[in-house]
Design a binder for this molecule. Structure first.
Ligand code: ATP
Length: 424
């Protein structure tokens, strides 16, 4: 395994060697674990190191952070810590722990332990390998569940038959790794997954945990395959009873992906959009406003996310119609679209096949959205306007006139502002 470590980028090798020295100095056995080991064996880039230690994880992390000048965050209650090194590297350090599940689908009871028990609580064989980075056996691979063989055979396999019952979010994880790597879920694991799906186990999990796994799967590079497989094996009715990822959803997802690529190519300079959120909008497109609210509340999405989803839901059907009109002025298009998020606007574009809707939205994103008035509040103050709502009203009207081409220069804007003030 030393050879695989030597093939890693130099900065990663340095971090591993630093962890090795901390392990030796502090006499705390330490191991690389989880996705990092899997990706290293696959030759896939991964800058997130996952380290498990048999001993005081916090003390280990403090020393590691000091040696790497990294930014340290500790969670003393869980014996875990993260160290951010430079701009690209994140190192998670945890005390080895074992878990027992007093009830299915609930949070486990956790106690400090040894590596072998820490590996036993993991999801799949390919994620349950470790590499010793301690004093005696540096580079030795600990592969209690034949993860290497499963990597070579390209299969996703759980460690024990109760795995999906203990933690049903592993169903979503199984699909995610299967589709990400082009592997397949091995037959026995698949049978147990389907059984847990039939028992609707995912509905029994704390919704925030399901939400987190859903967000991660929606961030994957091949969302269409991911969601099709999710529909096939588990369904999406854990979000709300009766919901499905249908043929119509697939078409909409394809359209959304196309619009996101368009946006990325046209607007590279702007804020990046949250792609996962747009894919989530696709998933819940069939829901009405009331059910959308229920889902958002149940899964406790963050306020900013809630708002973007709800605004787009409210706007989508209505604006799609309005935007087909050829009689709309630039300022009318602006006032419709400006309050929406980029995600919401692109979603409307993806939902519509009407050329004029597309044209209005492109005009907005490419030209109108960036336009500003030459004059500002300061000019109005110099014209003697008292502080108050009049500022906003006048500036809004001047901007509308500019968008529609009625005023072009600063001088013309000032003239218009004067007229508007007198009229008030
Ligand atoms: P990714 O490449 O998507 O980050 P990862 O394997 O690093 O994949 P994480 O979600 O970061 O995935 O989890 C890190 C490790 O923790 C996993 O490799 C796995 O060993 C373990 N793990 C994570 N979630 C679970 C779970 N629900 N049940 C059991 N083990 C888990």
């Amino acid at each position: 395994m030393k050879q695989s470590i030597h093939k890693l980028p130099q900065e990663l090798q340095n971090l591993i060697m630093t962890a090795h020295h901390v392990s030796v100095n502090k006499k705390i056995p330490a191991y690389l674990v989880g996705g990092f080991v899997r990706d290293m064996l696959l030759g896939v880039k991964n800058f997130d190191l996952d380290i498990v230690v048999e001993g005081n994880g916090i003390a280990f992390a403090e020393e590691f952070a000091r040696k790497t000048s990294g930014g340290l965050t500790t969670h003393k209650r869980f014996g875990t810590a993260s160290v951010i090194v430079g701009h690209s590297f994140k190192v998670d350090i945890a005390t080895a722990r074992e878990e027992s599940y007093p009830f299915p689908a609930t949070l486990p009871v956790v106690t400090p332990s040894f590596l072998r028990y820490d590996l036993k609580r993991r999801d799949f064989t390919i994620n349950a390998m470790a590499i010793d980075i301690g004093a005696l056996h540096f580079g030795a691979c600990i592969d209690l569940y034949h993860g290497k063989e499963d990597l070579a055979a390209q299969v996703i396999r759980i460690l024990h038959d109760n795995s999906f019952i203990d933690d049903p979010t592993r169903m979503v994880r199984a699909i995610r790794f299967e589709q990400r790597f082009g592997f397949h879920i091995e037959p026995h694991t698949l049978r147990l997954l389907k059984k847990a799906a039939r028992l609707r186990m995912l509905e029994k999990v704390q919704p925030q945990r399901t939400r987190d796994e859903l967000i991660v799967i929606l961030k994957e590079k091949n969302p269409m395959h991911q969601l099709q497989r999710l529909e096939q094996l588990v369904g999406v009715s854990f979000l709300i009873r009766g919901l499905r990822f249908t043929q119509k959803s697939r078409k909409l997802l394809a359209a959304v992906e196309k619009q996101m690529s368009w946006f990325a190519s046209m607007h590279a300079h702007r804020r990046q959009i949250d792609q996962w959120l747009m894919r989530f909008m696709v998933l819940i497109d069939a829901l009405d406003l009331k059910d959308t609210r229920r889902v958002l509340e149940k899964f406790a999405f963050y306020r900013g996310e809630d708002k973007r989803v709800l605004d787009s839901k409210k706007a989508a059907a209505r604006y799609e119609k309005i935007l087909t009109s050829s009689a709309l002025s630039a300022s009318q298009v602006y006032s419709l679209l400006e309050p929406l998020s980029y995600e919401g606007i692109l979603f409307i574009k993806a939902r519509s096949r009407h050329a004029r809707v597309h044209a209005h939205i492109e005009e907005f994103l490419q030209r109108l959205n960036g336009m500003r008035t030459h004059i500002s509040g300061n000019d109005l103050r110099l014209l003697g306007v008292e502080p108050g709502p009049l500022y906003q009203q006048v500036l809004k009207k001047v901007l509308a006139a500019r968008l529609d081409g009625f005023v072009v220069t600063r001088h013309e804007e000032l003239e218009l502002a004067r007229k508007l003030i007198v009229r008030k």
